[in-house]
Design a protein around this ligand. Structure first.
Ligand code: FES
Length: 317
């Protein structure tokens, strides 16, 4: 769990669409909440010891509340079920201050693509860009109108004319056309299911979009093939201890078994909470958190999922 968690009150819960509920959170004492920018997320302790990340989807200028939306996903690891079943208006929940790994970069124009519950950070971005008078186009895809959260709110917003709605069965999004239409200097922000993000990213690369203009946020980590995992060792710099990490076990599990606690949250390479400084050795990065430049620097890794290319990693612990 990230340090710096604090208590917030659940002041409203709205069923926004089939299997999607939004929660509105406010400070316990009515004081302003820590500020955030579009694309930010917070950690929420959905149940004791069960911390999950949710993007903020309200206007980033608001300081009196955070709004999140949660899809009930029976295939999830329990976080969304716990939120749907346990967190009701009047409840107190522990949350973190907002963090942003999906921030808007300065750009002449923006293309925002949302798939399903991936609308949450994208909606926040649309509100911020509309407020700034920036040029943007948003496409929002869902399986059906019943599964589309916030559609009414978007249609009534001041930026409704810049949003197109798409459904699996009708008006499906033509990804290639949307990318072409955006222009050669646009920045793309995409959030949604992994298959949606991968399809958009592949199409963008096929059209020659530079990697720096393509920004994506996964909700669950892509599955990695672990059949070729090899053992490696961790050396703890402060004590010199050498810990063996066998194939089939994470570096995080080995650290924890040996009484070395580091902050963790998602445990699947998305949130960056467990990022640990590497003093020597070459990590095999398997997270979706570090940027390409951060990976290339080889001076940190995420022990919840990443491994090592070298025989030993020396950790600044
Ligand atoms: Fe989230 Fe490791 S705990 S990246």
């Amino acid at each position: 769990m990230s340090s710096g968690m604090f208590e917030a009150k659940v002041v409203a819960r709205v069923q926004e669409a089939q299997d999607i509920a939004s929660l509105e959170l406010a400070g316990m004492d009515g004081a302003p909440l820590p500020p955030f920018t579009a694309g930010a997320h917070i950690d929420i302790e959905a149940a004791p010891g069960l911390v999950r990340q949710y993007s903020l989807c309200n206007d980033p200028r608001e300081r009196h509340r955070y709004r999140i939306a949660v899809l009930r996903d029976p295939a999830s690891r329990g976080g969304s079920q716990a939120v749907h079943e346990r967190i009701q208006p009047g409840a107190t929940v522990r949350i973190s201050a907002p963090r942003n790994h999906f921030a808007l970069a300065p750009a002449p124009r923006y293309l925002l693509l949302a798939g399903g519950i991936g609308v949450t950070p994208i909606l926040c971005m649309a509100q911020q860009l509309a407020h700034e008078g920036a040029e943007f186009r948003m496409h929002y895809c869902a399986r059906s109108p019943e599964r589309m959260a916030f559609a009414g709110r978007i249609r009534q917003s001041g930026f409704a004319d810049r949003v197109s709605f798409h459904f699996d069965t009708a008006q499906a999004l033509d990804i290639g056309a949307a990318l072409l239409d955006a222009g050669a200097d646009a920045h793309l922000y995409v959030c949604g299911p992994g298959g949606f993000i991968d399809a958009v990213t592949t199409a963008a690369m096929g059209q020659g979009w530079e990697e720096g203009r393509v920004h994506r946020e996964y909700f669950t980590a892509p599955v990695h093939d672990s059949s070729g995992d090899r053992p490696f060792a961790l050396r703890i710099a402060s004590t010199g201890r050498l810990l063996a990490v066998p194939a089939g076990k994470t570096a995080l599990a080995v650290l924890q078994e040996n009484g070395i606690d580091i902050p963790v949250s998602c445990e699947q390479g998305i949130c960056g909470t467990c990022a640990t400084r590497v003093l020597d050795g070459v990590p095999e990065h398997r997270d979706d958190y570090l940027t390409d430049a951060e990976r290339a620097a080889n001076d940190q890794f995420t022990p919840c999922c990443s491994r090592a290319r070298s025989g030993t990693l020396v950790l600044d612990l």
